[in-house]
Design a protein around this ligand. Structure first.
Ligand code: MG
Length: 380
């Protein structure tokens, strides 16, 4: 038996929710391409993203911990995979298009530079007054312009729906806004999953690294309840299994709460098509109010206790200094850039090209490059 694209599209029409995005109704790509035999347009988007250079680089980009702090902490790549898993679970339960969700989730952090948020601040500072820098916009820039996949076709030539999902991704920490007209529930699910995954894994990594202590975290309702529940279900294991079990309990609570509340919101809305959904801008994908409050408390806790921890700040501050020094060095001597970047400089301006080049770097590459530039006995 061969499952054709048409069969998958038929299945989407039969089984997905009426307000889900159907691949057969995609607004298409900027440059028209022949349809694939066995894959839908969104499945192809996902595959292109996985095979891109920017995706591979996520492996050596910092989430919170710089990559050489240890092998067990999250990197941008594992964060991306966790986000994708959580988003697909939620989307599947809500009858949404899992392939579109996966494509948006896998690309959602491509635009992050090295050294986590500190890296973003450095690039923002260097680009102030020159068009700025914002990681969501950079993700779109990468998939639309910077990736080289096919001669004559700029970027990955993704579908409009995947691009819309990336463009409006507002990033964790910011208040979710009511869906604008071109937004899909699939994109909203990715935003929600991004938050769930990062607050849970940052708490996990924070405790594992001992930058956070269990006693401190007990002030957070989600953690306190999860520890109690894990103990009730599994007895009192040692600290490491307890942490793992409690984190699982929290992820489960957030995911199930989100599914329950969002399903109730949509059921109550009586929306029966994608068109109607777009006419009725509202935050359909949401946690129940009580759990949302608890999640906000955890976020606040992480911001105060982990992201501002002096070891994290020292690490990321150093990254910020590296990046600014490198930025200036390239700006002063554009001939230090690889030839293809210099070529693009004629079109996009040298400052933007330097910014793209630095944003594309992994932590590791940025550190090595810094050494090559500034340490006298390092080979150039
Ligand atoms: Mg993210």
């Amino acid at each position: 038996m061969k499952v054709t694209r048409e069969m998958i599209q038929e299945r989407e029409r039969a089984f997905l929710a009426p307000y889900a995005v159907k691949s057969s109704e995609s607004r298409g790509r900027k440059i028209r391409e022949e349809e694939d035999d066995t894959r839908t347009a969104f499945q192809r988007d996902r595959d292109r993203i996985v095979h891109s250079t920017a995706f591979r680089r996520l492996q050596y980009k910092t989430q919170v911990f710089v990559y050489d702090e240890g092998d067990h902490y999250r990197t941008r790549l594992t964060h991306t995979l966790e986000t994708s898993q959580i988003a697909r679970s939620i989307g599947r339960a809500l009858g949404l298009n899992e392939d579109l969700i996966e494509a948006v989730a896998l690309a959602h952090d491509l635009g992050h530079g090295p050294f986590g948020h500190a890296g973003e601040w450095a690039l923002q500072e260097m680009m102030a007054g020159h068009g700025g820098f914002e990681h969501n916009e950079q993700s779109v820039r990468i998939v639309e312009k910077l990736e080289e996949r096919c001669p004559g076709i700029p970027g990955l030539n993704l579908t409009q729906e995947t691009l819309d999902g990336l463009r409006k991704h507002h990033g964790p920490g910011k208040q979710a806004e009511p869906s604008p007209k071109c937004r899909s529930l699939e994109a909203e699910v990715v935003d929600a999953a991004d938050e769930i995954s990062y607050i849970c894994h940052d708490l996990d990594d924070g405790l594992r690294s001992e930058l956070l202590e269990d006693g401190q975290a007990q002030a957070v309702r989600l953690w306190r309840d999860a520890c109690r529940e894990a103990a009730a279900r599994y007895g009192t294991p040692g600290p490491a299994p307890k942490r793992r079990l409690a984190i699982r309990v929290i992820i489960d609570k957030l995911v199930k709460g989100l599914i329950r509340q969002s399903a109730a919101n949509l059921r109550g809305s009586r929306i029966s098509s994608l068109g109607q959904l777009r006419e009725n801008a509202h935050r359909w994908i949401a946690l129940p109010a009580g759990i949302e409050k608890q999640a906000a408390q955890l976020k606040l806790f992480l911001r105060g206790e982990l992201y501002q921890h002096n070891r994290i700040v020292r690490m990321t501050d150093k990254g910020q200094r590296f990046l600014k020094a490198l930025f200036q060095a390239y700006l002063d001597r554009p001939s230090l850039l690889p030839p293809e970047s210099r070529l693009r400089g004629r079109r996009d301006g040298i400052r933007r090209v330097v910014c793209d080049y630095l944003a594309g770097m992994t932590d590791r590459f940025a550190i090595d490059e810094y050494k090559r530039f500034f340490e006298p006995d390092e080979r150039v």
